[in-house]
Design a protein around this ligand. Structure first.
Ligand code: A3P
Length: 295
């Protein structure tokens, strides 16, 4: 385990005991005090759980299936990333302030860190969850891609960190279970990446209905077509290629990478899988939340 002073933690800090990228923590007061609007829709995920996929679907719903409008700008400009801050380059809170309603907001915050204003204004919240093993794999590649993130080491070393909440946004287990509890609130829709992979039409319909729109066949078909894995991988407004290479280096692996359920089988050895499963059972006991690791 790395000591708190090791190189691994150089760019990391904590908010209420939860590990986070250091530059985000520097301006935490701005995040905490952000002013929600009643018609905001918040998309919440643990990183690498399908945020971008669901974000593009929601944006398509808002733009009534107008693909050209969705391609007008990069997704991180159309849907501000609430807590994201780097001194001059990106400021999620400022972007939100300047944005006309209705706004779609992206965040990876655990339930206890979501700014209180979103609860007070009774905003709609969409939580997307993905099984822990595929998240760990995808997060591992993300660490390799983002220059400010620490070196993840070998995959087994990274998995140990993931299990011990030594990654930005902390414990996957606490994140998903606490948001699962919040989903008793009808303003919170909890959906699964695996369900989207299995039957995208059903999940798109759920989203359209949750957002109070008319689920016309034409709209649903357009959304499905525009948000196919390959479409989003090739689309500069969704694939993050607009990000400077010094920030996100997509030469070896891409932001929209494989888009499957079960890639963990190509990364976990039998022994690592056993250790992970035992730890998983312990962490998740007491929660009724169940995931599928294959479909
Ligand atoms: P993989 O790394 O397993 O391929 P996030 O947007 O939360 O960072 O999640 C990224 C993950 O979602 C990546 O997983 C990415 O490939 C996958 N993804 C993005 N768009 C997708 C799509 N249209 N269909 C399926 N998976 C998608």
């Amino acid at each position: 385990m790395d000591s708190p002073k090791s190189d691994y933690y150089k760019n990391l800090d904590e908010v209420q005991g939860i590990l986070m990228y250091k530059d985000f923590v520097k301006y935490w007061n701005d995040v905490e005090t952000v002013q929600a609007r009643p018609d905001d829709v918040v998309i919440v995920t643990y990183p690498r759980s399908g945020t971008t996929w669901v974000s593009e679907i929601v944006y398509m719903i808002y733009k009534e299936g107008d693909v050209e409008k969705c391609k007008e700008d990069a997704i991180f400009n159309r849907i501000p990333f609430l807590e994201c801050r780097s001194d001059d380059v990106y400021n999620g809170v400022k972007q939100l302030k300047q944005m006309a309603s209705p706004r779609v907001v992206k965040t990876h915050l655990p339930a206890e860190l979501l700014p209180v204003s979103f609860w007070e204004k009774n905003c709609k919240i969409i939580y997307v969850a993905r099984n822990a093993k595929d998240v760990a794999v995808s997060y591992y590649y993300f660490f390799k891609m983002v220059s400010a993130y620490p070196n993840p080491g070998s995959f087994p070393e990274f998995v140990e960190k993931f299990m011990n909440a030594q990654v930005p946004y902390g414990s996957w287990y606490t994140h998903v279970t606490s948001w699962w509890e919040k989903s008793k609130n009808p303003q919170v829709l909890f959906i699964f990446y695996e369900d989207m992979k299995e039957d995208i039409k059903k999940e798109v319909l759920k989203l359209v209905q949750f957002l109070g729109r008319k689920p016309s066949k034409e709209l649903v078909d357009k959304i499905i077509k525009h948000t196919l894995f390959q479409e989003m991988k090739d689309n500069p407004s969704t694939n993050y290629t607009i990000m400077p290479e010094e920030v996100m280096n997509q030469k070896e692996t891409s932001f929209i990478r494989k888009g499957i359920t079960g890639d963990w089988k190509n990364h976990f050895t039998v022994a690592l899988n056993e250790v992970f499963d035992m730890h998983y059972e312990q962490q998740m006991k007491g929660s009724s939340l169940k995931f599928r690791t294959e479909i």
